[in-house]
Design a protein around this ligand. Sequence first.
Ligand code: ATP
Length: 220
Amino acid sequence: MTTSRPKRLGLFGGTFNPIHYGHLRTAEEVTEALELTRLWFIPAALPPHKTGRLIPPFETRLEMTRLAVGRHSRITVSDIEGRRPGKSYSIETLRQVREEYGRDWELYFILGLDSILEITTWKDYAELFTLCHFVVLDRPGYDRGQLEAVLRREVHPQFQPLPDAAGFQHPGGAKVYFLATTLMDISATRIRGLVGQRCSIRYLLPERVRRYIIKNKLYL
Ligand code: ATP
């Protein structure tokens, strides 16, 4: 008798204002490396951390994300956070996905090192580690060495290193994996800045998204 491996769902949340090749290429590499059954890009409807400035509507960012992904056998775009009122807290998304998908699926929350280092600013952050594993992407200018202290001090004192410096394990079983993906020093902030200065953003993001930004006069 063969026992089948649990299916794996990757959840890649963000503001995606706009989505760019830093997000897209890492999603592709994570999907392949972790043999994810599916990966969802999850644009935040009301990002709790980015309230200080005007952000294009959820539908606009959702559309850009859809244009960017196109047709892919494993990667899709989820509007789950647009279907809930109020701020888009990841904990609520994870609880909902856990509820709908049950224990047959392993959940992998994908985020940049910059984001996980700020995990204590997330709603009910300790509970996240009871619902999913984490996949941490390097970002230029951020040091992996800082993560262990943050996890031990702020989440649980008994986080243990995984073999081969692959990451850390929570005593409850959740793993925090480091994944070396192609390092791209691209950020949405920089793309918006370039548009504002009437500079080219070509080749930083898919052409279809670039055209959408120009056509809809975003970030001017
Ligand atoms: P902004 O510059 O507006 O803060 P961003 O480019 O960081 O935006 P987000 O939508 O905030 O994009 O990012 C969603 C997730 O993707 C975050 O976890 C972030 O760390 C990660 N991320 C963003 N850019 C990259 C990149 N170039 N490589 C790897 N991960 C990235």
